[in-house]
Design a binder for this molecule. Structure first.
Ligand code: SF4
Length: 199
Protein backbone atom coordinates (compact mmCIF):
# COMPACT_ATOMS: atom_id res chain seq x y z
CA UNK A 1 0.00 0.00 0.00
CA UNK A 2 2.86 2.32 0.92
CA UNK A 3 4.51 1.49 -2.42
CA UNK A 4 1.34 2.36 -4.34
CA UNK A 5 0.95 5.66 -2.45
CA UNK A 6 4.58 6.55 -3.08
CA UNK A 7 4.19 5.77 -6.79
CA UNK A 8 0.99 7.84 -6.98
CA UNK A 9 2.71 10.77 -5.25
CA UNK A 10 5.63 10.52 -7.70
CA UNK A 11 3.18 10.58 -10.63
CA UNK A 12 1.39 13.62 -9.19
CA UNK A 13 4.70 15.43 -8.62
CA UNK A 14 5.90 14.75 -12.15
CA UNK A 15 2.65 15.49 -13.96
CA UNK A 16 1.44 18.96 -14.86
CA UNK A 17 -2.06 19.92 -13.68
CA UNK A 18 -4.23 20.60 -16.71
CA UNK A 19 -5.82 23.49 -14.80
CA UNK A 20 -2.48 25.35 -14.87
CA UNK A 21 -2.00 25.37 -18.65
CA UNK A 22 -4.07 28.50 -19.17
CA UNK A 23 -2.42 30.25 -16.20
CA UNK A 24 1.00 29.52 -17.71
CA UNK A 25 0.08 31.44 -20.86
CA UNK A 26 -1.23 34.33 -18.75
CA UNK A 27 2.07 34.48 -16.82
CA UNK A 28 4.51 31.61 -16.17
CA UNK A 29 5.52 33.18 -12.86
CA UNK A 30 1.92 32.88 -11.58
CA UNK A 31 2.37 29.08 -11.62
CA UNK A 32 5.39 29.44 -9.37
CA UNK A 33 3.44 31.71 -6.99
CA UNK A 34 0.48 29.36 -7.00
CA UNK A 35 2.73 26.51 -5.90
CA UNK A 36 4.38 28.65 -3.22
CA UNK A 37 1.05 29.76 -1.73
CA UNK A 38 -1.06 26.66 -2.46
CA UNK A 39 -0.57 25.49 1.13
CA UNK A 40 -1.79 28.80 2.57
CA UNK A 41 -5.23 30.35 2.82
CA UNK A 42 -6.98 30.56 -0.54
CA UNK A 43 -8.62 33.80 0.62
CA UNK A 44 -5.20 35.40 0.19
CA UNK A 45 -5.32 35.32 -3.54
CA UNK A 46 -8.74 34.24 -4.82
CA UNK A 47 -10.44 37.40 -6.02
CA UNK A 48 -13.94 37.91 -7.40
CA UNK A 49 -13.80 36.32 -10.92
CA UNK A 50 -12.08 33.22 -9.58
CA UNK A 51 -14.52 32.92 -6.68
CA UNK A 52 -17.48 32.96 -9.07
CA UNK A 53 -15.78 30.41 -11.30
CA UNK A 54 -15.10 28.16 -8.35
CA UNK A 55 -18.71 28.41 -7.20
CA UNK A 56 -19.88 27.38 -10.68
CA UNK A 57 -17.63 24.33 -10.45
CA UNK A 58 -18.52 23.42 -6.87
CA UNK A 59 -21.50 21.29 -7.87
CA UNK A 60 -19.35 19.56 -10.48
CA UNK A 61 -16.64 18.62 -8.00
CA UNK A 62 -19.25 17.38 -5.54
CA UNK A 63 -20.59 15.13 -8.32
CA UNK A 64 -24.16 16.28 -7.65
CA UNK A 65 -24.93 18.06 -10.90
CA UNK A 66 -25.93 15.09 -13.01
CA UNK A 67 -27.91 12.08 -11.95
CA UNK A 68 -28.10 10.66 -15.48
CA UNK A 69 -26.13 7.45 -15.93
CA UNK A 70 -24.96 8.50 -19.36
CA UNK A 71 -23.16 11.55 -17.95
CA UNK A 72 -19.86 11.51 -16.09
CA UNK A 73 -18.82 14.57 -14.11
CA UNK A 74 -15.65 15.41 -12.23
CA UNK A 75 -13.74 12.37 -13.53
CA UNK A 76 -10.03 12.34 -12.66
CA UNK A 77 -7.97 11.87 -15.83
CA UNK A 78 -4.31 11.64 -16.77
CA UNK A 79 -2.15 11.01 -19.80
CA UNK A 80 1.21 9.27 -19.62
CA UNK A 81 2.02 10.47 -23.13
CA UNK A 82 1.42 14.15 -22.35
CA UNK A 83 2.50 14.02 -18.70
CA UNK A 84 -0.63 15.83 -17.47
CA UNK A 85 -3.40 15.14 -14.99
CA UNK A 86 -6.62 16.80 -13.97
CA UNK A 87 -10.38 16.48 -13.90
CA UNK A 88 -12.88 16.67 -16.71
CA UNK A 89 -16.02 18.68 -16.20
CA UNK A 90 -18.69 16.73 -18.11
CA UNK A 91 -18.66 13.77 -20.51
CA UNK A 92 -21.85 12.69 -22.28
CA UNK A 93 -21.36 9.09 -23.40
CA UNK A 94 -24.19 8.83 -25.95
CA UNK A 95 -23.08 12.00 -27.71
CA UNK A 96 -19.36 11.23 -27.18
CA UNK A 97 -19.16 14.83 -26.06
CA UNK A 98 -16.56 16.32 -23.71
CA UNK A 99 -17.74 19.61 -22.29
CA UNK A 100 -16.20 22.30 -20.07
CA UNK A 101 -18.62 24.65 -18.29
CA UNK A 102 -17.50 28.01 -16.95
CA UNK A 103 -19.38 30.72 -15.09
CA UNK A 104 -18.84 33.29 -17.85
CA UNK A 105 -17.17 32.88 -21.24
CA UNK A 106 -17.10 35.62 -23.84
CA UNK A 107 -13.92 34.65 -25.70
CA UNK A 108 -12.12 31.30 -25.75
CA UNK A 109 -8.37 31.75 -25.25
CA UNK A 110 -5.66 29.44 -26.56
CA UNK A 111 -4.80 28.28 -23.04
CA UNK A 112 -8.39 27.17 -22.47
CA UNK A 113 -8.31 25.23 -25.73
CA UNK A 114 -5.04 23.58 -24.61
CA UNK A 115 -6.81 22.51 -21.43
CA UNK A 116 -9.71 20.95 -23.31
CA UNK A 117 -7.34 19.26 -25.77
CA UNK A 118 -5.34 17.87 -22.84
CA UNK A 119 -8.54 16.48 -21.29
CA UNK A 120 -9.44 15.00 -24.67
CA UNK A 121 -6.10 13.17 -25.00
CA UNK A 122 -6.41 11.91 -21.43
CA UNK A 123 -9.89 10.53 -22.14
CA UNK A 124 -8.72 8.87 -25.37
CA UNK A 125 -5.74 7.29 -23.60
CA UNK A 126 -8.12 6.00 -20.90
CA UNK A 127 -10.30 4.35 -23.55
CA UNK A 128 -13.22 6.79 -23.85
CA UNK A 129 -14.65 7.71 -27.24
CA UNK A 130 -14.80 11.47 -27.80
CA UNK A 131 -16.13 12.89 -31.07
CA UNK A 132 -17.05 16.41 -29.96
CA UNK A 133 -15.61 19.12 -27.74
CA UNK A 134 -17.28 22.25 -26.47
CA UNK A 135 -17.24 25.04 -23.89
CA UNK A 136 -20.43 26.30 -22.28
CA UNK A 137 -20.92 29.67 -20.61
CA UNK A 138 -23.35 29.06 -17.72
CA UNK A 139 -24.31 32.68 -17.05
CA UNK A 140 -25.08 33.44 -20.72
CA UNK A 141 -26.12 29.91 -21.76
CA UNK A 142 -23.82 30.14 -24.78
CA UNK A 143 -22.01 27.16 -26.35
CA UNK A 144 -18.62 27.29 -28.12
CA UNK A 145 -17.84 24.16 -30.23
CA UNK A 146 -14.13 23.32 -30.52
CA UNK A 147 -12.59 21.19 -33.30
CA UNK A 148 -11.08 17.82 -32.38
CA UNK A 149 -7.28 18.39 -32.31
CA UNK A 150 -5.28 17.31 -35.38
CA UNK A 151 -1.77 15.81 -35.27
CA UNK A 152 -0.43 19.35 -35.80
CA UNK A 153 -2.50 20.60 -32.84
CA UNK A 154 -1.16 17.76 -30.69
CA UNK A 155 2.43 18.67 -31.60
CA UNK A 156 1.67 22.29 -30.63
CA UNK A 157 0.27 21.17 -27.26
CA UNK A 158 3.26 18.90 -26.59
CA UNK A 159 5.63 21.78 -27.39
CA UNK A 160 3.74 24.03 -24.99
CA UNK A 161 3.85 21.42 -22.21
CA UNK A 162 7.60 21.12 -22.78
CA UNK A 163 7.98 24.90 -22.30
CA UNK A 164 5.98 24.61 -19.07
CA UNK A 165 8.24 21.85 -17.73
CA UNK A 166 11.40 23.81 -18.57
CA UNK A 167 10.31 27.15 -17.08
CA UNK A 168 12.77 28.43 -14.47
CA UNK A 169 11.22 31.10 -12.15
CA UNK A 170 14.68 32.38 -11.22
CA UNK A 171 15.29 33.55 -14.79
CA UNK A 172 14.26 37.06 -15.77
CA UNK A 173 11.21 37.41 -18.00
CA UNK A 174 9.14 40.21 -19.49
CA UNK A 175 6.58 41.44 -16.94
CA UNK A 176 3.36 42.69 -18.54
CA UNK A 177 1.99 45.35 -16.15
CA UNK A 178 -1.48 45.15 -17.74
CA UNK A 179 -1.64 41.48 -16.83
CA UNK A 180 -0.39 42.23 -13.31
CA UNK A 181 -3.39 44.53 -12.81
CA UNK A 182 -5.69 41.55 -13.36
CA UNK A 183 -3.54 38.93 -11.66
CA UNK A 184 -4.84 37.30 -8.47
CA UNK A 185 -1.26 36.93 -7.19
CA UNK A 186 -0.40 40.61 -7.70
CA UNK A 187 -0.27 41.49 -3.99
CA UNK A 188 2.06 38.55 -3.33
CA UNK A 189 4.33 38.94 -6.36
CA UNK A 190 7.92 40.19 -6.06
CA UNK A 191 8.02 41.13 -9.77
CA UNK A 192 5.70 44.13 -9.45
CA UNK A 193 4.84 46.91 -6.97
CA UNK A 194 1.38 47.58 -8.36
CA UNK A 195 -1.92 46.36 -6.89
CA UNK A 196 -4.51 44.43 -8.80
CA UNK A 197 -7.98 45.77 -9.66
CA UNK A 198 -9.60 43.43 -7.12
CA UNK A 199 -7.90 45.05 -4.09
S1 SF4 B 1 1.69 39.94 -10.69
FE1 SF4 B 1 2.41 40.08 -12.80
S2 SF4 B 1 4.44 39.14 -12.85
FE2 SF4 B 1 3.46 38.56 -10.91
S3 SF4 B 1 2.54 36.57 -11.36
FE3 SF4 B 1 0.97 38.10 -11.73
S4 SF4 B 1 1.10 38.62 -13.91
FE4 SF4 B 1 2.99 37.53 -13.33
Amino acid sequence: MVGICTKLQTVMDDYIPISELNDFIFCPYSIYLHNVYAGGSEDLFHATPQTLGKAAHASIDEKNYSSLKDEITGLAVYSEELGVLGKIDLYKGKEKLLKERKYLLETIYRGQIYQLWAQYFCMKEMGYEVDRLEFHSLSTNRTFPIDIPTNKDKAELLGFIDQFKKFDPSQTFQVNSNKCLHCIYCNLCDKTDSENVYS
